[in-house]
Each structure stands twice: as structure tokens, then as C-alpha cells.
Design a protein around this ligand. Structure first.
Ligand SMILES: *Cc1c(COP(=O)(O)O)cnc(C)c1O
Length: 232
């Protein structure tokens, strides 16, 4: 894939995002694209940076460390995957945002290992699918309250994954529920948990997510393709 190709994909996504913002009366500046580079090389990730997208997402510690060997400045790093407790120490001081806080043991491990406060999203299992990680909506408030005891954690928002379905109305309902939960949590005005951001939407559903209030869309294949498509 050439730089031009990445730029074309970004242009297409930008147009879609602008249209979704226009339809719903949102300002484009409210939405951050996190380019998910987990399936591609550091070279391809560099092309994304060159095209002026600076937020990069990885879901495995190995992938993160590999990319950071090549990309030493200009990137804002998001860890979007399930994080194993024993891997926290490898990544925690290398990332700017963690999108997948879903249990107290991770918070305790971050508290032990981090040398600065980490901006975290709490992952919520809105759809209730057994296969999905995340805090259940009914336990969210208590979980966030418990996090107050750990000063290395700042809860900046909520994150979710849409269910595996073609039914756009079901997906929309999940995103809408997350936004409502976010509003409830933000209204508490916790010092450790401003909880104003919404990380939701991927390649197949980022437009719906933006219509429903996403502030961070995590876009992989639609933006960088998959490495198998490389046509150099
Ligand atoms: C891989 C991944 C994405 C991006 O998925 P695409 O469908 O390639 O856009 C977003 N969020 C998470 C948590 C992921 O693991």
C-alpha cells in the first residue's frame, strides 16, 4: 500500500465522519480517530502519521513495543486490547490511553507499576454477550467509585465493543446505552473520573457510533487495511 492509498482511505473516512457530524449537529473536533495498526507493519503505521493522524492503537504488548522501536515521536499511543496483569508493567509507562480497564486487579497492577497517572476508559459489556469482556452496566458505578482509591488511574470515559450482528439498530442501541451511562457517570463529577469520553465504533460501525456520540473511534482495516493486502 502506498502513502497515497492510506491518504485516500483517510479522506474517505474523513468525509463520512464530517457527514455524520453534520447530520447530528456535532463538531468534527469532538471526534478523534484512533488508527488501529495491530494488523500492519510499523512502516504502514508511519504512513498514517505522515497523513497527520497521530493517535495509534495497538492491542498486544508485543505489537506496541515493536511499533515504538520504529516510531519514536509524534504518536499518541492507545492500548485497546484486553491487558493481561503480567503485561501491565511492560506497557503502562509507554501509553497515553488505556481503553480496556475491566477489573479491579488491573487497576491495582497499574497503581503498582505506573509512574504517572494513566488516562483510562472503563470497558463496559453493554450487550451482555458472555464472550465479551467488560463491566456490566449495573456494576459500573460501584466500580468507578472503587477506582477512586488509586491515584494512578484517571477514568476519562467509557468504551464498548458492538455485538456481532448485521442489525444496525441493535448496534445503535448499544452505543446509545453507553452514551446514557456516560452521561450518568459524568453527572457525578468525580474528581478521579470525569468520564466525558466515549470510545466506540470500529471499521464497520464508526458512523453509527459518531451519530450516537462517540469521541474516539477505533478504526483498523478501513484505514490501514490488513498486511496481506500490501501491494508494494
Ligand atoms: C481490532 C480492533 C479494532 C479495529 O477493528 P477494525 O474492524 O479493523 O476497524 C477496534 N477496537 C478494538 C478493541 C480492536 O481489537
Amino acid at each position: 500500500m502506498t502513502v497515497g492509498n492510506v491518504q485516500q482511505r483517510i479522506q474517505h473516512i474523513e468525509n463520512k465522519i464530517q457527514e455524520a457530524c453534520d447530520r447530528t449537529g456535532r463538531d468534527r473536533s469532538e471526534v478523534t480517530i484512533v488508527a488501529v495498526t495491530k494488523q500492519v507493519s510499523a512502516t504502514r503505521a508511519s504512513e498514517v502519521l505522515a497523513a497527520d493522524i497521530h493517535n495509534l492503537g495497538e492491542n498486544r504488548s508485543e505489537g506496541l513495543l515493536e511499533k515504538q522501536e520504529d516510531i519514536t515521536n509524534g504518536a499518541i499511543w492507545h492500548f485497546i486490547g484486553n491487558v493481561q496483569s503480567r503485561k501491565v508493567k511492560d506497557i503502562i509507562d509507554r501509553i497515553d490511553y488505556l481503553h480496556s480497564v475491566d477489573r479491579l486487579s488491573i487497576i491495582k497492577e497499574i497503581q503498582k507499576r505506573a509512574t504517572k497517572t494513566i488516562d483510562c476508559f472503563v470497558q463496559v459489556n453493554v450487550s451482555g454477550e458472555a464472550s465479551k469482556s467488560g463491566i456490566s452496566p449495573s456494576e459500573l458505578q460501584q466500580f468507578i467509585e472503587e477506582a477512586a482509591a488509586y491515584d494512578k488511574i484517571r477514568i476519562v470515559g467509557l468504551m464498548t465493543m458492538a455485538p456481532f450482528t448485521e442489525d444496525q439498530e441493535i448496534i445503535r442501541q448499544v452505543f446509545r446505552s453507553l452514551r446514557e451511562l456516560r452521561d450518568e457517570m459524568a453527572a457525578q463529577q468525580w474528581k478521579h473520573a470525569p468520564c466525558t469520553k466515549l470510545s466506540m465504533g470500529m471499521s464497520n460501525d464508526y458512523i453509527i457510533a459518531i451519530e450516537e456520540g462517540a469521541t474516539h473511534v477505533r478504526i483498523g482495516t478501513a484505514l490501514v487495511g490488513a498486511e496481506s493486502e500490501v501491494d508494494t
